[in-house]
Write a protein that binds this ligand. Structure first.
Ligand SMILES: [Zn+2]
Length: 200
């Protein structure tokens, strides 16, 4: 029972693993080229491993994120793995419009609340969801500059994405807002110009 299996380090992710598991690890559960060093990353790795297995088994969706890419997504959202969880204010990895694979460019961390809202949209009307999806990538205007997304703004200003969102939504911060150009793209408003011409 206490017999110790010889242990080796995976040359790719540096995870310590029993000798007989190395082949299986490299085929299925290797984290990738970011070494698993501290406790936090170890937790992230456990999550990554679970998601990789679960998405394929339960949903027949492909999990194409490497460990490094998962860490990048956490970083993009301005959070650590400690912020990931099941309460409504904690974060979940969600796919855009709930379709496609878990891959770079097709998913990001949002709060559980946001994720549920998004699912309701997709059930109700796909069109309105796509509009809100487009609106999410509109310019975020702040006193520190204009950014492509809230997480981008947070990262460059040095605050969390949540903080940016709160300020954008809060009327007490008129300098923080989301520029909505989704309506004007196809139908430029020229009426006011014509009216001005008539008056002069
Ligand atoms: Zn490995």
């Amino acid at each position: 029972m206490n017999r110790k299996m010889p242990r080796v380090k995976c040359p790719v992710c540096q995870l310590t693993i029993t000798n007989n598991m190395l082949k299986r690890h490299q085929d299925n559960t290797c984290w990738g080229d970011t070494p698993i060093t501290d406790a936090l990353t170890e937790r992230t790795y456990q999550y990554w491993k679970h998601k990789k297995k679960a998405t394929k088994q339960r949903h027949a969706i492909d999990w194409k994120l490497s460990g490094k890419e998962l860490m990048q997504l956490l970083d993009d959202a301005g959070i650590t793995h400690d912020d990931v969880g099941r309460s409504s204010s904690s974060y979940q990895l969600a796919r855009y419009e709930d379709t496609g694979d878990y891959a770079v460019g097709n998913c990001r961390y949002i709060t559980l609340r946001e994720n549920i809202q998004e699912r309701k949209f997709s059930d109700k009307a796909l069109e309105s969801m796509q509009q809100s999806h487009a609106a999410r990538w509109d310019n975020i205007v702040t006193p520190h500059g204009v950014f492509n997304s809230k997480s981008d703004a947070g990262r460059k200003i040095g605050v969390t994405r949540n903080m940016v969102r709160r300020r954008v939504d809060d009327p007490k911060y008129p300098d923080w807002y989301q520029e909505d150009n989704s309506v004007d793209k196809n139908h430029p408003v020229e009426k006011s110009v014509e009216e001005n011409e008539c008056q002069s």
